[in-house]
Design a protein around this ligand. Sequence first.
Ligand code: 5RP
Length: 240
Amino acid sequence: MSIEQARSLAVREAINYILDAEVVGIGTGSTIDKLIKLLSDLRGSLSSKYFIASSLDTSLKLRELGLKVLDFRSIDSVDVYVDSADKVDTNLNLVKGGGAALTLEKILTYYSKFNVFVVDYSKLVNDLHNEFIPVDVLPQALTLLTRYLGRLGYEFSIRYSSKGRYGPVLSDVGGVIIDVKLPPNEDLVGFEKSIKSLPGVIEVGLFIGLTDVLIIGYEDRVERLRGRRLYSVYSSSRTA
Ligand code: 5RP
C-alpha cells in the first residue's frame, strides 16, 4: 500500500508536464498505468493532444480512453516523454526494460524535447553495479550472442514469461530480452557501449545522462530532481 501511495503521488506530479505539451510520449509499466488512470479523468483537456506509446500495451490503454495515438513511424517530434524506471542511481541514470519495452522507450527518451521519469522511492539505489540490465536481442543472434557473452564472463539470463506465453519474453520490436549483470568494476558508459556494439543487440536498458526531471514519490511527499541531460538533440531551455 505504501509504495502504491508513493507512486500515486508521484504520477500526479507529472500531469502538468503533459498538460503543457502538444505531442506526448507515454512509457510502459505499472507506474505508468497509474498515470493513464489519471489521464482518464482528464480526457476533456487532452482531446487536442497527440500521444505516442512506447508499447502496444500503452497504445491499447490510451486508445481505450479515446485519446489520439499516433503511429510511431509517423512522428517527427515529441514535446515531452513521461515514463518510469526499474532503478535510478544518484546521478539519475536509469535501468529500464522491466516491461520489455526498452527499445522504443529509449528512442522516445533520446529524441524527446523534454523527459520526465516518475518512480517511487524503492527504485532508488546508490549505483547500478550488480544490477541486471535488460538487453533487447535479435532472436536470430540469441544463441551466438549469449555464448559470446558467456565467454566474455558476463552473467546473464534469458527472460521467460511466467504466464501467457510459452518461451522467452519478446520485446515490442520482436527481440528477445536477456538480463545481463553489470559487473562491479565495469564503467557504465563502457558497458553500454560494448554491449550495444555487439551485432544482434538491438538496445541496452541503461539510460545514462538522459534524464531531464526525476519525480520521486514517497509515502507522504514528492521530490523533484533536475537531471543533467548529457545527450539531447535539442537544447532544452525548460526548467523543472
Ligand atoms: C518498461 C519499463 C518500466 O518503466 C519499468 O520496468 C518500471 O515498471 P513499473 O512501473 O511496473 O515498476 O522500463 O520497459
